[in-house]
Design a binder for this molecule. Structure first.
Ligand SMILES: C[S@@+](CC[C@H](N)C(=O)[O-])C[C@H]1O[C@@H](n2cnc3c(N)ncnc32)[C@H](O)[C@@H]1O
Length: 285
């Protein structure tokens, strides 16, 4: 299985360095890449709360973080419910590393990738009902319009939509490569981006209710942050980043900072290219 290379790892570790951490909440533990470095750097951590919606990711993280098993509590959950695991406690550090991992992308069967054959699935949590296949084949023109225009921000969304509506009258569109093939002929190719990138991303955002989860979770994270604590959020596209930026700016009494990946990191890790790290620190300015 493809290894996941954590993005902005040095920068995330650096951001928490100055804090003495008792409780850390990792909202997207994934393969445990960031978690491993944070746990190594903070032997004082008493409780590491590790959340991910994806059961397979949690299994990988459990193995990788076995050394710290006494301190870590794993939960398969949408980070939207992070308050359930903190209750009346606060966290000194909170990390959101948004989007999907390389393992999810590279495994064709998960249906996230336009480069690998697989069923149109795209669920991070496979116990949920809604799949990309249902969205593409059963949603109305109006519903798809919102996804293609607002979530995918695809300049050729109307053309893509019309083409899908006409093809699905004849047969269901069932696989990732079938959909990618339709989009390849229509959508805009920009520099290194595959033409199906935006529509795939828009569908994934919808299937996993990513933007609403992020809005609610960030507000809850701010409410549960200890004094002098920090929240770090790594985002990968403008819709996510806009939400993070807006919510952080609303908290005027806190300090916020933006960090981008180095040229070198972007060169060696493709996933880092569009990443942004925003940090919010709870302290009076
Ligand atoms: C980029 S990966 C995280 C990688 C991790 N930081 C590492 O270093 O291995 C993103 C992870 O977040 C999870 N995820 C995305 N949205 C989520 C949500 N709303 N609730 C819980 N987990 C989520 C995905 O399942 C995926 O495993």
């Amino acid at each position: 299985m493809m290894q996941h290379k954590p993005v902005l790892l040095k920068e995330v570790v650096q951001c928490f360095k100055e804090i003495k951490i008792q409780i850390f909440l990792d909202a997207t533990v994934g393969a445990g890449g960031h978690a491993k470095e944070i746990l190594q750097d903070h032997p004082e951590i008493k409780r590491y709360i590790a959340i991910d919606r994806d059961k397979t990711a949690l299994e990988i993280a459990k193995k990788k973080l076995n050394r710290w098993k006494e301190k870590i509590m794993f939960f398969q959950e949408n980070f939207l419910f992070l308050d359930r695991y903190l209750k009346d406690r606060c966290a000194d550090g909170i990390l959101f590393d948004l989007g999907v991992s390389s393992m999810q992308l590279e495994e064709g069967e998960r249906g996230f990738s336009f480069k690998r054959e697989g069923p149109l699935d795209m669920r991070m949590d496979r116990s949920k009902e809604l799949t990309a296949e249902k969205v593409i084949n059963d949603f109305s023109r109006k519903e798809l319009e919102k996804i293609f225009r607002d979530y995918a921000e695809e300049p050729k969304w109307k053309k893509a939509l019309n083409s899908i509506l006409s093809i699905r009258k004849k047969k269901r569109i069932k696989t990732t490569l079938e959909l990618a093939d339709i989009l390849k002929k229509i959508c805009v190719k920009k520099r290194h981006l595959h033409p199906a990138t935006r529509i795939f991303q828009g569908i994934r955002i919808y299937v996993n209710n990513e933007l609403d989860s992020l809005k609610v979770a960030l507000s809850k994270a701010i409410d549960h942050l200890c004094d002098k604590g920090k929240i770090a959020v790594i985002s990968f596209h403008s819709l996510e980043d806009r939400i993070v930026k807006r919510i952080f700016k609303e908290n005027k009494e806190m300090v916020n900072e933006l960090i981008k990946p180095s040229y070198e990191e972007k060169r060696v890790n493709r996933r880092a290219r569009s990443s942004k790290l925003r940090i919010l620190k709870k302290e009076m300015v």
